[in-house]
Structure formats: structure tokens, C-alpha cells
Design a protein around this ligand. Structure first.
Ligand code: NAD
Ligand code: IPM
Ligand code: MN
Length: 360
């Protein structure tokens, strides 16, 4: 019998609390490797603001190539450092991964693990359970555009919003495929087709065309401004939301608030049509500079993200196990301050790791 092939996991802590939470994410993967015998090889990348300020490196071609050809997954902390106000290293790394690996579906579950975490009057955790599929390789994020007459009274700044039929269609299809696989009855598509008559007319038309391939699933259109209203009034009817890159970014911070904050929101960046490809996993939150290095960051978003990674790698069941352990810790107030506890980052991770180890 041959030993199972090892899966290479690249760890990219990045900046600020990215380092704090990835230290705990690494311990979680080490637990699975050492106590569960998962065939994982961990490869830590020294990339981020420190490295950029030291030698100008952002995201080397060789690293990108090794990730593409050898790694099974990347676990990213966060990028963004006040010492690099232009965020050039952050864009090179983050977009280098998302665009470079063609990870067109940014899958962001919005699920509350405890009634106490839901900030809406009269609502409980069962009201908050949806998944946002954010287009991740196009839109306003492509960086097309420019500045003209910069610094003069006549200056002009342009960012183009790029939408391709293929790009829009594959993301919408990923949302429907997820709905089908998970027994969901509806998919909402959020756009601004009333104002963006070119780009979002494409989204609107494409959405209803793709929907015809999924007869059991009701396609529902919603303008993104109204979606923000409805999510705060009553998130229950929403199961799957597909949307463009920028709106997905904004809506999922609102979604994170419904889950108890950014410390509770995990995400996956995948090439949904070819799940065998290397994928990238990251908490939704950023580098939160005021919390960095102070043992204050909530590590649960990273734990939940690792759960998504393990599912993706074929270790079925671990995502639910990690989620259950986090939910219990929240219920018992063994959590960080942002979610009503008093523990630090390390102590919460210690507790979650001990609970998981007990279940093995
Ligand atoms: P942020 O997500 O870092 O923080 C927003 C708020 O959420 C803050 O109040 C912060 O304290 C809180 N928060 C975030 N994560 C938390 C955690 N794990 N535990 C407890 N509280 C948490 O967003 P920001 O302040 O707008 O951005 C800071 C930097 O991060 C910026 O440079 C931004 O560009 C970058 N950023 C990076 C990513 C990424 O790498 N994927 C994502 C978002 C923002
Ligand atoms: C996120 C972040 C990034 C984004 C930033 C840091 C460019 O907000 O991952 O949600 O807008 O995608
Ligand atoms: Mn964001």
C-alpha cells in the first residue's frame, strides 16, 4: 500500500492580526497532522509588509509558481499595514493569489453560531444562515484605469468595471451548483442594473439564463442597496447570494456583523469548476492594526476558515466539527472580547484545540 500523497499547505500570515490568527491556524493544522495523521506539509511564507519594507519583495514569481504547481491550498491571515499606506504589497499578494490562480468564486458563509451573536432585535441564530458567492477575478478590482492631471484642479481618476460573459456566468453557475448540492430553494442575485445599465444588464440577463438550467431553484433578483436593507430587517429568506466583486466585499462585512463580527467570518477562494486546483482560504477580516500583537484578535474566523479548507481537501466532517467546537465555546463564553468573552487569542485557541483533540 502506498502512503497517501502529502498535501502542501502554504501559510501566509501577512500583517497585523494576520500573524496572530495564523499562528493559531498553524497550530490547528499541526494538530490534525500530528494527532490525526493527516498527510499535511506546512510551508510558511515570509511575505507581507515586513518583508516588503526590508527588501522590496511583494509576491515573487517563483513563489506564485510553486503554489500553483505544488500546493493544495493557501491559508492567508490578512494584509495591510499602516507603514505601507499605498498597500502595494497587499494588492500584489492578495490579487496575485485570487487573480493569478483564477479563484473566481469567493465563498463567504454568513452563519451565526449563537443567538447571542445576532445583533438584530428579535432574531436568533437560525435567522442567519446564508452563503455569499462573490465574483473574485473581475469587476472594479482589475485595476484598469488611471489618473490624469494628478494633483491639479483638473485631475481625473478612472477605475474601469470589467465584466465578461464568461466571468459572470461561471460565478452565477457556482452559486446555483452550491444551491443544488445543498438543497437550497432560492438563489438571489444582487446588482445595480437600474444604474449600471451595461455591466449589470449583463449580470441580470445571464442570471435568468443560467437559472433555467436549475428548475428546482427559484432565481430572485434584488438590488444591492435593498439587499442591505433586507439583510438587517430579516435575513432569514436568504440562502445563496451571487454578486459582483465590489458588492460581495461590502455585503459580506454587513453579513459578518450578523454573525457577531469579523472575528467570526471565514471564507474560501476557489476555482469552483475545478475543485482539484489549489485554492486559497482566509478569514474575511483585515489586519486590524490596533489589535495586532496584543492577544486580542478572535481566532475563530481562522478556525472556521481552516474547516472550509479541510472540507475542500476532502476531509469531510472536519468543518462541522470545528464549527461545533466554536459554537460551544461561544455558548460557554470561552471566547475573545469582540464576542463577549474575556479570553485572549492564544487562550481561545488552546481551548478549541483541546476540545478538538478530545473528540479525536
Ligand atoms: P479590519 O477587518 O481589519 O477591522 C475592522 C473591525 O473589525 C475593527 O474594529 C477590528 O478591530 C475588528 N476585527 C477584525 N478582525 C477581528 C478579529 N479577528 N477579532 C476581533 N476583532 C476583529 O478592517 P479595516 O480596519 O478596515 O482594515 C485594516 C487593514 O486590513 C487595511 O489595510 C485593509 O485594507 C486590510 N484588509 C485586508 C483584508 C485581507 O487581507 N483579506 C481584508 C480586509 C481589510
Ligand atoms: C477583503 C478585503 C480586500 C477586498 C481588500 C483588502 C482589497 O476587503 O478580502 O474582503 O476588497 O477584497
Ligand atoms: Mn472586505
Amino acid at each position: 500500500m502506498t502512503a497517501p500523497q502529502k498535501k502542501l499547505i502554504a501559510l501566509l500570515p501577512g500583517d497585523g492580526i494576520g500573524k496572530d490568527v495564523l499562528a493559531e491556524g498553524k497550530r490547528l493544522l499541526e494538530l490534525y497532522r500530528d494527532k490525526r495523521g493527516m498527510p499535511l506539509d506546512l510551508w510558511e511564507l515570509d511575505l507581507g509588509a515586513d518583508r516588503y519594507l526590508k527588501d522590496g519583495t511583494t509576491f515573487p514569481k517563483e513563489t506564485a509558481e510553486r503554489i500553483r504547481t505544488e500546493a493544495s491550498a493557501v491559508l492567508l491571515g490578512a494584509l495591510g499595514d499602516p507603514r505601507v499606506p499605498g498597500l502595494e504589497h497587499a494588492r500584489d499578494i492578495l490579487f496575485g493569489l485570487r487573480f493569478g490562480l483564477d479563484l473566481y468564486a469567493n465563498v463567504r458563509p454568513v452563519k451565526a453560531l449563537d443567538d447571542r451573536l445576532v445583533p438584530l432585535k428579535g432574531r436568533t441564530a437560525k435567522d442567519v444562515d446564508l452563503v455569499v458567492f462573490r465574483e473574485n477575478t473581475e469587476g472594479i478590482y482589475v485595476g484598469m484605469g488611471g489618473q490624469f492631471k494628478r494633483g491639479t484642479p483638473d485631475e481625473i481618476a478612472i477605475n474601469e468595471d470589467l465584466n465578461t460573459r464568461k466571468g459572470v456566468e461561471r460565478l452565477i453557475r457556482a452559486g446555483f451548483e452550491y444551491a443544488k448540492a445543498h438543497g437550497k430553494k432560492t438563489v438571489h442575485m444582487a446588482d445595480k442594473s437600474n444604474a449600471m445599465k451595461h455591466a449589470h444588464e449583463l449580470w441580470y440577463r445571464c442570471f435568468f439564463e443560467v437559472a433555467k438550467e436549475y428548475p428546482g431553484i427559484e432565481p430572485k433578483h434584488v438590488y444591492v442597496d435593498a439587499l442591505c436593507l433586507y439583510l438587517v430587517q430579516d435575513p432569514l429568506p436568504f440562502e445563496v447570494v451571487v454578486t459582483c466583486n465590489l458588492f460581495g466585499d461590502i455585503v459580506t462585512d454587513l453579513g459578518a456583523a450578523l454573525q457577531g463580527g469579523l472575528g467570526m467570518a471565514g471564507s474560501a477562494n476557489v476555482h469552483a469548476a475545478d475543485p482539484g486546483r489549489v485554492a486559497m482560504f482566509e478569514p474575511v477580516h483585515g489586519s486590524a492594526p490596533p489589535l495586532a500583537g496584543k492577544d486580542l484578535a478572535n481566532p475563530m474566523a481562522t478556525f472556521l476558515t481552516v474547516g472550509m479548507m479541510l472540507s475542500h481537501l476532502g476531509f469531510a466532517g472536519e468543518e462541522a466539527r470545528i464549527e461545533a467546537v466554536c459554537a460551544r465555546a461561544i455558548a460557554e463564553k470561552k471566547c475573545t472580547r469582540d464576542v463577549g468573552g474575556e479570553l485572549g487569542t492564544r487562550a481561545v485557541a488552546d481551548h478549541l484545540l483541546a476540545e478538538l483533540a478530545r473528540a479525536f
